[in-house]
Design a binder for this molecule. Structure first.
Ligand code: PSU
Ligand code: MN
Length: 310
């Protein structure tokens, strides 16, 4: 299921010293993505969040590896200066796996999506990755075929990925069906319900429930022992007390989808457009939820990384 790497493969990837040493020594490392910083959060908050997430992971005794592309070079373990650059530079693109060759050839700066981050993290020997929300199947995909490359990439990238599910801007039912078809295991962390990112319950069940980071580590090890290539998806809901009010959520979402349609937004630009719309329309409340989700996922990811290393 995993294609053989081609000769010289991977030589273009730079792994930071601290990350390389931690991986080699079997110490816990947690991968973090950068599209959330470059395209998911408003400036200047993005930079504060990027640095704070790293600090939080480090305090948990885990080496953070924020991943992104600087002047064409995919970096696993960005230095704070690199994070600052990606969070403030004028032209920063959004790179999924298919965009990495172009970014390299043209020496572009890029935030990496879940797909690109997972793939780079795995190549560097990292076993756990935390993000906010996953990409998935967009509404209307039956006509447009717009499904995030996150899903097929996670089908062939054996990492453990903590997210708060997918945002309701997507077609959640179709996304869960595709996740099943692609052979990707999903566990709910202390929940029976698949989370909807801004809300704790998307309206759909999770196939299995776990109660601890130790249990997640056991599923990860079992996947490795079986030689299965897919990521293990950990669905970690926001606490109900912190979620976006479900009625407000539904109203704003309907407006956002209409606005995207009216503006003719398609493809790559869809997710950032919708996220930005929801942020504005909720007066920044969705942003606070977004951050609570992200830090919660970083915390759980760090715990899983420690379990796997221990
Ligand atoms: N979902 C979010 N916030 C994000 C993204 C998804 O709630 O910032 C980003 C992630 O990096 C994800 C990417 O991998 O968008 C998916 O984009 P696309 O649908 O174009 O593949
Ligand atoms: Mn797409």
């Amino acid at each position: 299921m995993q294609p053989a790497p081609s000769p010289g493969a991977g030589s273009a990837i730079r792994v930071g010293d601290r990350v390389r040493e931690a991986v080699a020594a079997g110490r816990p490392v947690l991968a973090l993505e950068s599209t959330i910083l470059t395209h998911g959060l408003p400036r200047p908050r993005n930079l504060a969040v990027g640095l704070e997430a790293e600090a939080m992971v480090r305090e948990a005794g885990v080496e953070p590896a924020t991943i992104g592309v600087v002047a064409g070079v995919p970096v696993v373990g960005l230095e704070p200066d690199d994070i600052r650059h990606l969070c403030t530079a004028e032209a920063v693109v959004k790179a999924s796996t298919r965009d990495l060759p172009l970014a390299r050839a043209q020496r572009l700066d890029a935030g990496t999506t879940v797909a690109a981050t997972a793939w780079l993290a795995h190549r560097a020997g990292i076993r756990v990755f935390s993000t906010g929300g996953l990409g998935g199947v967009h509404r209307g995909a039956g006509e447009t075929f717009d499904e995030s490359a996150d899903l097929p990439t996670l089908a062939v990238t054996p990492i453990t990925l903590v997210s708060a599910g997918v945002k309701s801007i997507l077609d959640i039912a179709a996304t869960l069906e595709r996740i099943e078809t692609l052979g990707i295991p999903v566990v709910g962390y202390r929940t029976d319900r698949y989370p909807g990112f801004y809300v704790a319950d998307s309206g759909f069940p999770v196939p299995a429930r776990v109660e601890s980071a130790g249990e997640i580590a056991a599923v990860t090890r079992a996947r490795d022992e079986l030689g299965l290539p897919a990521a293990v998806l950990v669905a970690n809901p926001i606490a109900e007390a912190e979620q976006l009010d479900p009625a407000e959520h539904d109203r704003v979402l309907a407006e956002a989808l209409q606005a995207a349609d009216d503006a003719g937004i398609t493809g790559h630009d869809t997710t950032p457009f919708l996220l930005d719309y929801v942020q504005r329309a909720t007066g920044g409340r969705s942003l606070e939820v977004n951050l609570a989700v992200y830090f919660g996922n970083a915390r759980l990811g760090a715990e899983i990384a420690r379990e796997l290393a221990g």
